[in-house]
Structures are given as structure tokens and as C-alpha cells.
Design a protein around this ligand. Structure first.
Ligand SMILES: [Zn+2]
Length: 268
């Protein structure tokens, strides 16, 4: 089997790549979806920053849709408390999340998708240039420091990036599309801070992750092809529909993350 590597030990921080096997006819029902361009998606490389609750819903959708290549970056290991909402099995506990997710995606691929797992922190992966050239990135990390670092890295790389996050009370979340010259997370939320870290044991449940993951998956399509999108910011609440919304937000000239004096930022 293509994923017979399963019981081998992790290789430290070195990237590993596998190729799935295509299934003739599996993608037939995409034909006729307005704006859907299978050839474009099948040639696209999507870079996933994080392999947890959000990417664990985005990456399986991309694998089923026949994306050309996926690179998954995460330095975390799977814990039992992840299994209520992330795309892992009990046998994955203790494995690196990027490698474990790659292993779970291979059996559900519909095309000859190339999957690369990078068991490293994003900043280290970016420094080592192992992220390569992606057509679009999706960031599903749980802290603002990594979001802002990713925002600056992909701005410099002129790569569109889809940010997604959910609230600590598991009621709402957002998706923000950062076009190469578009707004960043700090343009949207001026109080976003590189020092903000989640508290261990923050409540988390699968339903809001599914909802926001679906919106992020759609936003990736919109970055790659002509699926209609009128927004670069989308907010959704499970229980407070008055808070739902979509907007085309502008870049903020005085943004501390992407203002003019920081245009040439590089990860040190
Ligand atoms: Zn900004």
C-alpha cells in the first residue's frame, strides 16, 4: 500500500512526501458546479499551516476534491484530547500531527495528490525554505504570533493566504483571505498581538470547526478559480445569526503588521 510507512518512527523535522492513487470517475460530479475548475485544482499546491481542528476539516475536503499537492506543517503531537474534533484516530496519539494527518488523508484521496508532511514549526519550515512555492496557503493555527508570522511570510512571497479561527467559546469564527496586496489579520483586528497564546485546555468542539473549515475550503477555491466570492472576510456564529456577515474589507495603511514600512519583512 502507498501508506505502508505507517508504523515507522517519525524522522525528526525532515519533510516526507507520499503520492496518493487516483480513482477514475471519482471527481465526475464536480463538472457543472458553477466556476469550478478541476484542472486548476488538480494542478494546484496548497500549503496548510497547522494540522489541528481547522486544517483537519480543510485538508480532507481538498484531498477529496482532487487537489494537486498538499504540504502540511505542524510541530505538535496528537493527544487524546484532540480526538473529539481533529482528523486523527486513537492509533495516532503520540505521532507528529503533520505526519499523522498525511497518513489519514492518503486513503481518502480521489486523485494522485502529492502530500508532504513537515513536522516543524512554521517559522523553522519557512526559514528552511521547505514550504516551496504554493498557489495558496491556509493558516489554521491557534495563536496570533504564528498568524502574524505567516501573514508577513506569504505577503513577501506574494502568495494568497486564507486565515481561519474560532472563538474560545466555540460559538463563532471567521475566515479572512489575505490577497498578496490585501488586508492582513491585523488590518482586521488592530488589537491582534504577537504575544497572544491560547490557554491550555481551552474548550473546543467539532461543529464550529466544521462550519469555519467549510468556509475556508470555499475561500481556497475562490483564490484558485472563478467560484464566485463577494467577500474577503466572513464571520459565522452558531447561535447568534445577527453576528453572521461577509465583507470586502480594505487594507489599513497604519497596520502594525503590514504597513508600508514593513513591506520588506523577512523571517529572521
Ligand atoms: Zn495589515
Amino acid at each position: 500500500m502507498a501508506w505502508s510507512w505507517w508504523n515507522r518512527a517519525s524522522t525528526g523535522s525532515a519533510p516526507r512526501t507520499w503520492r496518493a492513487e487516483g480513482i477514475p470517475g471519482a471527481l465526475a460530479r464536480h463538472a457543472g458546479v458553477p466556476g469550478f475548475d478541476q484542472a486548476r485544482l488538480s494542478a494546484a499546491h496548497v500549503l496548510c499551516v497547522g494540522a489541528g481542528g481547522l486544517i483537519g476539516h480543510v485538508a480532507p475536503a481538498l484531498a477529496r476534491k482532487g487537489v494537486g499537492a498538499l504540504t502540511i506543517i505542524d510541530d505538535d503531537d496528537v493527544e487524546p484530547s484532540n480526538l473529539n474534533r481533529q482528523f486523527f484516530h486513537a492509533a495516532d496519539v503520540g505521532r507528529n500531527k503533520a505526519e499523522a494527518l498525511a497518513g489519514r488523508l492518503l486513503p481518502i484521496c480521489t486523485a494522485a495528490t502529492r502530500i508532504t508532511a513537515v513536522p516543524a514549526a512554521f517559522e523553522a519550515a519557512a526559514r528552511g525554505l521547505v514550504v516551496g512555492r504554493a498557489d495558496v496557503a491556509v493558516v489554521g493555527v491557534d495563536n496570533d504570533a504564528a498568524r502574524l508570522a505567516a501573514s508577513r511570510f506569504f505577503r513577501a512571497a506574494t502568495t494568497p493566504v486564507v486565515f481561519c479561527a474560532v472563538s474560545a467559546d466555540a460559538d463563532h469564527g471567521y475566515v479572512l483571505v489575505q490577497a498578496p496586496d490585501g488586508p492582513c489579520p491585523a488590518c482586521l483586528m488592530p488589537d491582534v498581538s504577537a504575544g497572544t497564546r491560547p490557554c491550555p485546555g481551552t474548550p473546543a468542539v467539532i461543529d464550529i470547526l466544521q462550519a469555519i473549515g467549510a468556509l475556508a475550503t470555499y475561500a481556497i477555491d475562490a483564490c484558485l478559480m472563478a467560484r464566485a466570492t463577494s467577500w474577503n472576510y466572513r464571520r459565522f456564529s452558531l447561535n447568534r445569526p445577527a453576528e453572521d456577515g461577509a465583507a470586502a474589507i480594505p487594507r489599513r495603511p497604519a497596520c502594525p503588521n503590514c504597513g508600508a514600512d514593513l513591506e520588506h519583512y523577512q523571517i529572521a
